[in-house]
Design a protein around this ligand. Structure first.
Ligand code: MLT
Ligand code: ZN
Length: 468
């Protein structure tokens, strides 16, 4: 309190409460202190003190993560470091197509600041109104536009970060080319706060989309969706920015639980794709190209029906349907979630095998497989049976996850495509990450954080007990 000011330290039970439970309520931690520094220098002061005392530090952004990465342990011996007061846009450089922001900026505020300068920041996710850039980078968020613009990592030109002990990395350049040795930026991105705290970032901007087409498609199956994906990419000169797959059940959930969401098509189909094309110029031909490609696909049996958004309101309604699926699934009761990726071409085969594997274990579980098929990322979720026994269903969680992850592994996929590891998936990481990879990760952790105070108990699996 003396070092960064009483106002920047939350200590009463009421003040610390909002920082103790993760978004999914999987964990409830305890802490004597939530520090909310307002500057990079103060973050350094906090990390310096904690390093000296050997106190763990849990960086905390918008608390929208799925893996408990921002929640302190139950022991109450770690402090939380909230970045929420560091929420300034430091610079928008339109000519350089870059923006420099502090870690506590809301993602939606970064998008808006870019737009105000007639530029575009493409990272987009359901939680963009409450998630913070520092968290987006620390978890290397993916989202809805990754097929065209990449994931969070791909949008970062430079970062400023504070390491354990309070040393500041001043890497806030906005260069496109800089081959001067190890790229520390990429070590900190996706490290979930285990190597240091990202305090600011310089991000890449793009020309603003001027022509946007949004289409909601009914397709026979995921294989047809993957075929369509390739065709649309080629036909439109890679104007595809999103390509999301939805099963019928997800649409039913959203219509049932989310006010204002309705089924865009007259009759039900088994599978849907929500896709978007965007180009940074006025292009009256884009619509025609889309229609021609879809017409051809329909003639060949790859497409049953299509709705093309005719207005901004209709476009927003289609996106609302997609973005409300996680909330709608929550309203249907307990679910067993998997955030996985496999190579795009292997998705249909993976889905067939993984669905069969899950139903062999829990025949009445309801498969709700949706996600960012354009980049191979599926939310392979299973909802509890209707009117079934929740406890009996959830008792299968471990077996179901093991079956799905074994298949993911066989397809050379990832067991965490975009939600990270946090506390939730450390054991899975230990099982599926390569032995050498884990060894190098531990070596890096030891080098940057020798006392192990940066977000302890997250990401890195515990070392296996020594034999004998
Ligand atoms: C999404 O794509 O909707 C989320 O990443 C998945 C989820 O919220 O479960
Ligand atoms: Zn997702």
């Amino acid at each position: 309190q003396r070092a960064i000011g009483r106002a920047a330290c939350f200590t009463t039970p009421a003040e610390v409460e909002p920082f103790l439970v993760d978004f999914r309520s999987l964990y409830r931690g305890a802490t004597p202190l939530v520090a909310c520094p307002g500057s990079t220098a103060d973050v350094a002061v906090v990390l310096g003190i904690c390093d000296e005392l050997g106190v763990g530090v849990v960086p905390h952004g918008g608390n929208t993560g799925y893996c408990g990465g921002a929640t302190p342990s139950e022991r109450g011996d770690e402090i939380v470091l909230s970045l929420k007061r560091m929420n300034r846009v430091r610079e928008v450089d339109a000519d350089n197509f870059s923006i420099t922001v502090e870690a506590g900026c809301l993602l939606a505020d970064v998008q808006q600041a870019a737009e105000a300068a007639d530029r575009y920041f493409p990272l987009s996710l359901g939680s963009e109104g409450s998630c913070q850039v520092g968290g987006n980078l620390s978890t290397n968020a993916g989202g809805l536009n990754a097929i065209r613009y990449g994931v969070a990592r791909d949008l970062v030109l430079g970062i400023e970060a504070v390491l354990a002990g309070g040393r500041i990395i001043d890497g806030l350049t906005s260069l496109r080319k800089d081959n001067t040795g190890y790229d520390l930026r990429h070590l900190l991105i996706g490290a979930e706060g285990t190597l240091g705290v990202i305090t600011a970032a310089s991000l890449e901007l793009f020309p603003r989309p001027r022509t946007v087409e949004t289409a909601y498609l009914a397709v026979p199956d995921p294989a047809a969706a993957v075929q369509l994906l390739g065709r649309l990419r080629i036909a439109t000169g890679d104007a595809l920015t999103s390509f999301e797959l939805l099963p019928r059940i997800a649409v039913e959930f959203a219509v049932r639980h989310i006010p204002g969401v309705s089924d865009p098509l007259q009759r039900p189909y088994e599978w849907y794709v929500l896709c978007e094309l965007a180009v940074p110029r006025d292009d009256p031909t884009l619509r025609g190209t889309l229609e021609a490609t879809l017409g051809q696909a329909m003639a060949q049996g790859l497409l049953h029906d299509a709705v093309l958004a005719e207005s901004l309101a209709q476009r927003e309604a289609l996106w609302k349907l997609r973005e409300s699926v996680p909330e709608a699934q929550r309203a249907e009761g307990a679910s067993i979630k998997h955030d996985v990726s496999v190579p795009v071409a292997a998705l249909p085969g993976f889905m067939v095998q993984a669905s069969a594997a899950v139903l062999a274990i829990a025949p009445t579980g309801r498969l709700v497989t949706y996600g960012h098929v354009g980049d191979g990322n599926l939310h392979f979720n299973v909802s509890e049976p209707l009117g079934g026994d929740r406890a009996a269903f959830m008792a299968h969680e471990h077996a179901i996850q093991a079956a799905v992850y074994e298949l993911v592994h066989r397809f050379r996929g990832s067991i965490s495509a975009e939600h990270g590891i946090g506390r939730l998936k450390r054991a899975d990481l230990a099982r599926y990450k390569g032995h050498v990879d884990l060894e190098v990760m531990r070596a890096i952790k030891r080098a940057l954080d020798p006392k192990g105070i940066m977000n302890p108990g997250k990401v890195l699996p515990d070392l296996p007990a020594a034999d004998g």
